[in-house]
Design a protein around this ligand. Structure first.
Ligand code: C5P
Length: 409
């Protein structure tokens, strides 16, 4: 969340008193908070307390001449990475659903082009009212994310759903909303138990696509089959798996957090966002180069008969980077797809990249390994090289997952 900007709209409700704690949590993560206080919100929490904690001015009025001169409300809603409404009252939700813009908060919500997360808080009857549920369905349909409400004792003495989610839960929802794609983890209770329970493993998989223009890209023949099998095998041993995948031919397994990316640069950033992790398995076939003189519009033949000269730059090496990252996982595993002198090249690669293990395989076309169902690998560690017999990619994955579990035990 470091450096991210959160526009925090504070509605009117007793739970507005929890917002200072939320601001503290967000700022502790290194993100910026710009508070916007509705007229009703100001009945529960003072602008001064919000601005002191946020370290920024609080915006309150739609037609605040000084503020408009400095930064208009459109910009205010667009320079944020995420808009959070907490507490989101029944009235605010209704105005959002109807597209009203009759105060600063509702205007910002209508003018924004950024993701919006709401944390509803209201009396249980108001929450259960068909009008609120209708508005909620509309907001969900508009792609707005929701956290809470919780069930419990209400300030008004009634019991039921309607309490605003706790600041910690709102922070988690903010983190998820800022993640590149939604997480698809199994609920804790459905996680398989196993030797990797409580461990977090990040796995990269698939090819990357390096764009040339909006319709063309440079890619490779990796199917993503081996990476997906490894993620599934780690999950089966109870690990929490972050699966960072390029555009692969095989679907990601169920029960892992999927982060879909296209380019090597996006893959590196996505991997970094998953850290800390106990282990990393870098199975992706990352493109070594990207095009730096690509075009935002489709490139056309210019009639001269001369093709465009594509200029390339080297992509980040994710395996080498994670092997020396400040948050280096305890165990880093790489792959080496080689066509000759497999063990010598792979051993040199292990040393050069600084990873702990390399799974080396022979990808000469006659082996049928690239894109095929089977794999024949050699595990190279500091202790030496260990040939595994030819087996399915699932069997390689299961054997690797078991070795990882041993190493982390
Ligand atoms: O250097 P080479 O591409 O052969 O290395 C293969 C290993 O390095 C694989 O584990 C692959 O996932 C990883 N790699 C990477 N980032 C790159 C290139 C390769 O993580 N840019």
């Amino acid at each position: 969340m470091l450096g991210k900007r959160i526009l925090l709209i504070v509605g009117g409700g007793i739970s507005a008193t929890k917002i200072p704690a939320l601001i503290r949590l967000i700022r502790a993560e290194g993100a910026h908070v710009t508070p916007v206080l509705t007229a009703a919100g100001a009945e529960f929490v003072t602008p001064l307390s919000l601005s002191v904690l946020a370290g920024e001015a609080v915006h309150q009025a739609l037609f605040d001449v000084a503020a408009e001169a400095e930064i208009g409300h459109i910009q205010l809603s667009r320079r944020a990475d995420l808009v959070v409404v907490a507490p989101a009252t029944a009235d605010l939700m209704a105005r959002m659903a109807a597209g009203l813009a009759n105060d600063l908060a509702s205007t910002l919500l209508l003018a924004t082009d950024k993701p919006v997360l709401i944390a509803p808080a209201m009396n249980v009857r108001m929450w259960q009212h068909p009008a609120t549920q209708r508005n909620l369905a509309t907001l969900r349909g508009d792609g707005i994310a929701l956290v809470g409400p919780d069930e419990g004792e209400m300030a008004c003495g009634e019991y039921g759903p309607g309490r605003m989610a706790e600041p910690g839960a709102i922070l988690d929802a903010i983190r998820a909303a800022l993640a590149p794609v939604p997480l698809r983890l199994l609920p804790e209770a459905q996680m398989p138990r196993g030797p990797l329970a409580g461990r977090h493993v990040v796995v990269t998989s698939g090819p990357t696509h390096e764009p040339i223009d909006p319709v063309r890209y440079i890619a490779n023949r990796s199917s993503g089959a081996q990476g997906a099998a490894i993620a599934a095998a780690l999950r089966d041993l109870g690990a929490r798996v972050s699966f960072v995948t390029g555009p692969a031919q095989v679907s990601p397994p169920e029960g892992v957090a999927v982060i879909a990316v296209e380019t090597a640069q996006q893959m590196r950033e996505a991997v970094e966002a998953t850290l800390p992790a106990d282990a990393a398995v870098m199975a992706a076939a990352v493109a070594d180069w990207r095009v730096v003189n690509g075009s935002d519009s489709k490139m056309k033949k210019d009639g001269t008969g001369r093709p465009p000269a594509l200029e390339m730059a080297e992509n980040p090496d994710i395996l080498a980077w994670i092997s020396q990252a400040p948050q280096r996982p305890r165990l880093v595993v790489g792959f080496a797809a080689e066509t000759d002198d497999v063990i010598a090249h792979a051993s040199a690669k292990r040393a050069r990249k600084g990873c702990d293990w390399i799974l080396a395989n022979d990808v000469r076309p006659d082996t049928g390994i690239m894109g095929g169902a089977e794999n024949a690998v050699t595990l190279i560690t500091a202790e030496g090289a260990e040939d595994w017999p030819r087996m399915t990619k699932q069997a390689v994955a299961a054997r690797l997952a078991a070795r990882i579990a041993d190493a982390l035990a």
